[in-house]
Design a protein around this ligand. Structure first.
Ligand SMILES: *Cc1c(COP(=O)(O)O)cnc(C)c1O
Length: 394
């Protein structure tokens, strides 16, 4: 099919939940993707921070192909070798001792919310548990996770929301301390807000939250669905702050493009998830876990993580230079290769013009360009991005 045919077929039959750019990508390799009419693009969005190894990384592709030929699915009624191996790897590389697997970020956060409520009831004897979350946060689109999300536009039309969330401004530990009451059981926060506009809190924020959680006996739940898996320059973003959470959720880049989510927890938190307490048919199936094992092996290397740091710094430098000639750039934020460029005007036209010049960038809110390239991005790739931005920005 050519692009036009794909648009028409999709517009006629797919639910109209997405506002799509007129672009149908059919093939990818590393930093590059091609559309159905054969045009080439450099991908600075990477499927919204999913393809951290670029498109079709050979190790991940090979692992999926091999596992697909061997065993795809058996259910959690049985032991699953790749699931056990992936859990061992993730816990070895993080604060956690146990992992629960699911299929998306929302499901991982759903699991974290359920764990926190059960912990509140069983360990602390709280009947109506409350979780503190942040303004402008994003935790997913299920009813529980959109209720946890501190953005009205995500919640509109779905009231009544799930009770038990209290929202405070992001980045201010004092507001969290003020919001704690006898029913509070957890604080749930993105170490770097993604959908809210790529917002990095002042250093020390997570340390303060950890202290508050210790003082009031609360679980600290970190949503690393977007900022995890090397995106920040460390495997997990919390590792920049020298603290450990009680619970952490992962998804997006966990399978380097294959759908998988995980909720990791300390032994202390995980003990309330006994047999029958939570489940997922597909969660942790052999195919998804084999993809994630290959992805984790490839991402957690000095090469990839140091490239992420180096290229992140280079990109920030180049953007700072660009800012001098383009007054429409108001702010440049980020860590590693999770970067937001806030503009004075809406960004949709800039995104379209970049696409026409062969560069894919995304939005994070109304006025922020999101740059989340594969962690294998090179200096020439970044130079090309800057060249194009220089041409399209007013
Ligand atoms: C994308 C995202 C989610 C939701 O993940 P889905 O896989 O779309 O359900 C949750 N939290 C954060 C921080 C995200 O970026």
């Amino acid at each position: 099919m050519n692009s036009e045919e794909i648009y028409n077929l999709s517009d006629s039959h797919v639910m109209q939940t997405y506002r799509r750019y007129p672009l149908a990508l059919v093939r990818g390799r590393g930093m590059k993707v091609w559309d159905a009419d054969g045009r080439e693009y450099l991908d600075f969005l990477a499927g919204i921070a999913v393809c951290n190894l670029g498109h079709c990384h050979p190790l991940v592709t090979h692992a999926i192909a091999e596992q697909a030929k061997t065993l795809m699915h058996v259910s959690n009624l049985y032991y699953i070798e790749p699931q056990a191996q992936l859990a061992a790897m993730l816990t070895e590389k993080s604060f956690a001792q146990r992992a629960f697997f699911c299929n998306s970020g929302a499901e991982a956060n759903e699991a974290a919310i359920k764990l926190a409520r059960r912990y509140a009831r069983e360990i602390r004897g709280i009947e109506a548990a409350e979780i503190i979350t942040m303004h402008q946060s994003f935790h997913g689109r299920t009813l529980a996770t959109l209720s946890a999300t501190g953005q009205e536009k995500i919640q509109t039309g779905y009231q009544p929301l799930l009770a038990g969330f209290r929202y405070v401004p992001f980045g201010d530990p004092g507001e969290v301390a003020k919001a704690v009451n006898k029913n509070t059981c957890a604080v749930m926060v993105e170490p770097i807000q993604g959908e809210g506009g790529v917002i990095v809190p002042a250093s020390g924020y997570l340390r303060e939250l950890r202290r508050i959680c210790d003082d009031y006996n609360l679980l600290l739940i970190l949503d690393e669905v977007q900022c995890g898996m090397g995106r920040s320059g460390r495997l997990f973003a919390y590792q920049h702050d020298g603290i450990e959470p009680d619970v952490m959720t992962l998804a997006k880049a966990l399978g380097a493009g294959f759908p998988i989510g995980a909720m990791l927890a300390s032994n202390d938190a995980a003990r309330v998830f006994g047999a029958g307490s939570h489940a997922s048919t597909f969660g942790g199936n052999p195919l998804a876990c084999s993809a994630a094992i290959a992805a984790l092996n490839a991402i957690d290397t000095d090469d990839v993580l140091s490239n992420c740091k180096k290229m992140g710094e280079y990109l920030r430098q180049q953007l700072d230079k660009l800012k001098e000639n383009h007054k429409c750039i108001i702010d440049i934020r980020g860590l590693g290769l999770m970067i937001g460029v806030e503009l004075a005007a809406p960004i949709s036209e800039v995104i379209r013009r970049c696409q026409k010049k062969g560069i894919l960038v995304g939005p994070a809110g109304e006025k922020t360009l999101r740059l989340t390239p594969p962690l294998i991005v090179t200096q020439p790739d970044i130079d090309r991005l800057i060249e194009v931005l220089n041409e399209v920005l007013p």
